[in-house]
Design a protein around this ligand. Structure first.
Ligand code: SF4
Length: 299
């Protein structure tokens, strides 16, 4: 099935579906991504893609695997999805794999934390609300670029910032807590006080629970560096040369204004009662409500 010129998908049977810590396991239903963010780390060669990044690998047995796994697990926990591949890409419209997995999570009383840049998540808002009301649901939205016109260059195939802010507001109406990923911030592109304040004010208005920001900058390594530099050449003439002069082949690419911008970030969050230390945000995301701890004790 083809959704966009030059992109498609293929189907595989996965061996397992939950990975990482048993207390906060991670699930990726799709592999690869069609959202086209110019800075995408997931396309780095270290992740060993054996197919084009935009040719989406669909783990077609993900719902069955998830059901088998959750049926066998005694301890309830929050399952994280969306860290390596967006669960609400265009292919989700036809496949509804993410939706099927959410229904299984609801059925077995587990929690979920969903990370996306797409307002397609709104099509599952009732389901997310039900999970939120019965166990735990967190919606994680990435915001990098306040101005929509610039956002459409940096993150071309996905909902622009104003639509993502709308998602945060809709979640607030349903009392579903939200976490924002304020990352990456691109040196000489969106590392301005105006951009950071615009995003932070929108987050405060939308009542977000926490904002994750490790530093004001980005990371570049083999695979994503080449892709990023090609995008710079297309959209920001001469910026690639400035990056090479400033950062060489460094993995960490911090904004020269990082210190000032981080101060604004911490102060604004503090003033608005928003969690801003990464460990507090992660702690909140993975914590199951107390009633479930009791439940598993006497299970
Ligand atoms: S949404 Fe995430 S995985 Fe997809 S292209 Fe953007 S950064 Fe990469």
């Amino acid at each position: 099935m083809i959704f966009k010129k030059g992109t498609g998908m293929h189907f595989v049977d996965a061996k397992g579906i939950l990975h990482g810590s048993t207390g906060f396991p991670s699930m990726n239903i799709y592999r690869g991504c069609t959202h086209g963010c110019i800075y995408c780390d997931s396309r780095s060669t270290c992740y060993q893609f054996h197919h084009p990044f935009e040719d989406i690998e669909v783990k077609q047995n993900a719902p069955q695997l998830l059901e088998q796994t959750l049926r066998a697990r005694r301890n309830k926990c929050v399952i994280k999805t969306g860290s390596m591949s967006d669960p609400y890409m265009p292919c989700e419209e036809a496949l509804r794999m993410t939706r099927s997995c959410l229904q299984i999570i609801l059925k077995y009383g587990f929690g979920v934390s969903v990370q996306t840049k797409s307002d397609r998540i709104l099509q599952d808002i009732e389901l997310l609300e039900e999970i939120s009301n019965t166990s735990k649901c967190v919606v994680e939205i990435t915001l990098t670029t306040y101005e929509d016109a610039l956002c459409r260059i940096v993150e071309p195939n996905v909902s622009d910032t104003s639509h993502r802010i709308k998602v945060l507001q809709e979640m607030k109406k349903r009392r579903i807590p939200t976490i924002v990923w304020l990352t990456p911030i691109l040196p000489f592109i969106n590392d301005t006080e105006e951009n950071i304040r615009g995003i932070l004010n929108a987050c405060a208005d939308a009542g977000v629970k926490g904002i994750i920001c490790f530093d004001m900058g980005l990371t570049l390594r083999e695979g994503n560096r080449e892709y990023y530099y090609a995008a710079l050449d297309r959209h920001f003439p001469e910026l690639k040369e400035r990056y090479i002069r400033t950062y060489g082949n460094s993995y960490l690419v911090p904004s020269p204004d990082s210190e000032k911008l981080m101060r604004i970030f911490h102060e604004t969050c503090e003033k608005n009662g928003i969690l801003h230390r990464p460990e507090d945000c992660f702690g909140f995301m993975q914590e199951m409500p107390k009633k479930f701890e009791q439940f598993t004790l006497f299970e």
